[in-house]
Ligand binder design. Structure first.
Ligand code: NAD
Length: 289
C-alpha cells in the first residue's frame, strides 16, 4: 500500500503567485485583465472575487464589467471588440456560464486570440490540437502542472480523463498527448468504465459527479486528479473522487477544495502575464510556463 501523496494545490499556487508577483514588480509593468460577468450567478460571483483578489495580490489590475442579465448579445460583442482594440487591456476573461438568451460561442469567438487567457477561442482550441496554441485553458494547465510535480515523467503513461467538455476534458486530452501520454477520454456515454479505469496510470475526473470514482476502479499507485466541484445539499463542497478511500491506495491525489481550483486561478494569472509580455515585446513566441 503506497503512502498517498496529497498534492496541495493551494501551496503550489501560492509559490507560483509569489514568483509571479516578484517578476511583475521587477518589470515595472502593470498588466490589465478585463473581466466580464453577465447576470448574478452566485458561483460566478465567488469565482470572480477569488480571481480579482489573486490578481491584485500579484500586481495585476482588473477592470470589471458587470452587465445586467438581460444585456443584448450585440452590446457584449461590441464591448469585447472595444477591449480587443484597447492598448491598455492585456487580457480578457468572460466568466461562464452566461444567461440562456446569449450564445457563449459567439461571445467567446469575439475575443481576440491574443487576449484570450482562458484559451477557449477556436483559434486557441484548434492550436492546442496542433501544438501551436497561444494559450492553454487554465484548468488543463493546472492539471498538467500537478501531474508534472507528482510524477518523474508522463511519457507513455495511460491517462483516463472523465469528461469531454471544451473547458476541461478536450483541451486536457490534447495537452497530455503533447506530453506523450496514451489518452482515453471517457464521458457519460462510455461503456466498460470500470475496465478502462483499472488500466489507468493517471485518472483525471472532470465529470462534476460526486462519488463517481471509487477505490475499486483505481489501480494501486495511480495518480488521481479531481477537477470536480460539487455542492452537496448540506452546502459542503466535494470533488468527484471518494477522497478518503484513495488514501493508502492512490499514488497521489488532489483534495477538493484546495487542489485544482487554486492552481486554475494561478494559471489565469500566468496566462495574463504571458499575454502582457507578448504585447509589450511584439513577440508571440514567448513560451508557456
Ligand atoms: P460539463 O458539465 O461541461 O462536462 C461534464 C462532462 O462529464 C461531460 O463531458 C459528461 O459527458 C461527462 N460525464 C458526466 N457523467 C459522467 C460519468 N458518469 N462518467 C464519465 N464522464 C461523465 O462540466 P465542466 O465544465 O467540464 O466541469 C466539470 C466539473 O469540473 C464540474 O464539477 C466543474 O464545477 C468542475 N470544474 C472545476 C474547475 C476547477 O478549477 N477546479 C474548473 C472547471 C470546472
Amino acid at each position: 500500500m503506497p503512502d498517498t501523496i496529497i498534492l496541495n494545490g493551494k501551496e503550489l499556487a501560492q509559490e507560483l503567485n509569489q514568483t509571479l508577483a516578484e517578476t511583475i514588480k521587477n518589470s515595472g509593468v502593470t498588466p490589465l485583465l478585463a473581466v466580464i460577468t453577465v447576470g448574478d450567478n452566485p458561483a460566478s460571483q465567488v469565482y470572480v472575487r477569488n480571481k480579482r483578489k489573486a490578481a491584485q495580490d500579484v500586481g495585476i489590475q482588473t477592470q470589471e464589467y458587470h452587465l445586467n442579465a438581460d444585456t443584448k448579445q450585440e452590446s457584449i460583442v461590441a464591448l469585447i471588440q472595444e477591449l480587443n482594440e484597447s492598448e491598455k487591456v492585456n487580457a480578457i476573461l468572460l466568466q461562464l456560464p452566461v444567461p440562456e438568451h446569449l450564445n457563449p460561442t459567439v461571445l467567446i469567438e469575439a475575443i481576440s486570440p491574443q487576449k484570450d487567457v482562458d484559451g477557449l477561442t477556436s483559434y486557441n482550441a484548434g492550436g492546442l490540437l496542433s501544438g501551436r496554441q497561444l494559450f492553454v485553458p487554465c484548468t488543463p494547465r493546472a492539471c498538467l502542472y500537478l501531474l508534472q510535480k507528482a510524477l518523474p515523467t508522463l511519457d507513455g503513461l495511460h491517462a483516463v480523463i472523465l469528461g469531454r467538455s471544451a473547458l476541461v476534458g478536450r483541451p486536457l486530452a490534447s495537452l497530455l498527448l503533447q506530453h506523450n501520454c496514451t489518452v482515453t477520454v471517457a464521458h457519460s456515454h462510455s461503456q466498460h468504465m470500470s475496465d478502462i479505469l483499472k488500466t489507468a496510470d493517471i485518472i483525471i475526473s472532470a465529470a462534476g459527479k460526486p462519488g463517481l470514482l471509487h477505490k475499486e476502479d483505481v489501480k494501486v499507485g495511480a495518480a488521481v486528479i479531481d477537477v470536480g466541484i460539487n455542492r452537496l445539499s448540506d452546502g459542503k463542497i466535494v470533488g468527484d473522487v471518494l477522497f478518503l478511500e484513495m488514501l493508502n491506495h492512490a499514488g497521489c491525489i488532489t483534495p477538493v477544495p484546495g487542489g485544482v481550483g487554486p492552481l486554475t486561478v494561478a494559471m489565469l494569472l500566468q496566462n495574463t502575464w504571458l499575454a502582457t509580455q507578448r504585447q509589450k515585446s511584439g513577440h508571440t513566441d514567448i513560451a508557456l510556463l
